[in-house]
Ligand binder design. Structure first.
Ligand SMILES: Cc1cc2nc3c(=O)[nH]c(=O)nc-3n(C[C@H](O)[C@H](O)[C@H](O)COP(=O)(O)OP(=O)(O)OC[C@H]3O[C@@H](n4cnc5c(N)ncnc54)[C@H](O)[C@@H]3O)c2cc1C
Length: 274
């Protein structure tokens, strides 16, 4: 397996920020994944990098990208067993082609199944964790385990999953709602600043309050540090105007937090600083 040195992480994150990875690989199969996991030293797993902010200094270890090694998708009655590297959009569309639904709420979320299962991705009042029957993980020691839903301790944008997700079994149901899929995608286009690099919602919603509303009320829309800017379209998005650095984003995050006095906003985006 090829291990690259100095691969720019900005090429693997949706916000287009991140310095060089000391080492970088994208295993093509489980044997190569195990080879990568046997690598001595610090490692991090990434999927599509849509919820990640890497430092400008890069990552001083091995970055393992999960895509090509986990692309299976098998429908078994009213369940689907799907590889961690499959994109959520492909999952939703493949199910829809077979007239299977239940996961329509994932339409338009740009992450991978692996990232979604770990983060408990959700939208429009639903979360993927509710649909998980089991998750197959490979531990950092190379041991394969199947974790049942009860072991995963899902909560808002969080799970107890440790190790690398390679596959998950999800509940689906007969009847895809194509209209809903289309509606969700067009609502995202209308509401989110998809024309500029971003990493999705920066802060978790401090339920029952909504982060975007609090940020807007604190007059943060349009605030800018360097090339990082609070989107005018959706206040909980920070966009990269071109040359934004991780420091710009983190300084902007601090500025927003200091202006929103009602609650202590907690980042949803995973920040990897070293
Ligand atoms: C425009 C936009 C809209 C978004 N909308 C939503 C939304 O509505 N709802 C929502 O929940 N999220 C949303 N997101 C965030 C993001 O898409 C999801 O959290 C997604 O599930 C992350 O998947 P990923 O593959 O990009 O993960 P990454 O960003 O690559 O990683 C996220 C975390 O998961 C870990 N991880 C990734 N893959 C694996 C794996 N196979 N095994 C173990 N750990 C892994 C990483 O180490 C990291 O901690 C949005 C993002 C963008 C850019």
């Amino acid at each position: 397996m090829e291990i690259k040195q100095g691969e720019p992480l900005k090429n693997h994150t949706s916000i287009r920020i991140g310095g060089p990875a000391k080492f970088f690989c994208a295993p093509k199969n489980i044997a190569e994944l195990n080879e990568a996991l046997a690598f001595e030293g610090k490692k991090i797993i990434i999927g599509r990098g849509t919820n990640l902010l890497f430092a400008d200094e890069g990552y001083d270890g091995l970055v393992i990208k999960i895509d090509e090694c986990c692309t299976s998708l098998q429908i078994e009655g009213e369940t689907v067993v799907v590889g961690a590297g499959v994109s959520l959009n492909k999952l939703v569309d493949t199910l829809a082609e077979k007239n299977l639904g239940g996961l329509e709420f994932l339409a338009g979320i740009p992450g991978s199944v692996g990232g979604a299962v770990v983060m408990n991705a959700g939208a429009w009042g639903s979360e993927i964790g509710t649909f998980v029957k089991w998750v197959k993980v490979v531990s950092y020691e190379g041991e394969e385990k199947v974790l049942r839903q009860a072991d995963l301790h899902y909560s808002y944008r969080s799970s107890a999953i440790a190790g690398v997700v390679v596959e998950a079994k999800l509940k689906v149901k007969q009847g895809a709602d194509l209209k809903l899929i289309k509606e969700y995608r067009s609502k995202r286009k209308a509401k989110h600043p998809l024309d500029l690099p971003n990493c999705g919602s920066v802060f978790k919603n401090p339920k029952p309050l909504i982060a975007a509303k609090l940020i807007e009320e604190a007059c943060c829309k349009g605030l800018r540090v360097g090339d990082a800017k609070v989107s005018e379209k959706h206040a909980n998005f920070i966009v990269n105007l071109g040359q934004a650095t991780s420091k710009d984003v983190l300084n902007l995050v601090q500025l927003i937090k200091s202006r929103v006095k009602k609650v202590d906003l907690v980042p949803e985006v995973k920040v990897v600083l070293e």
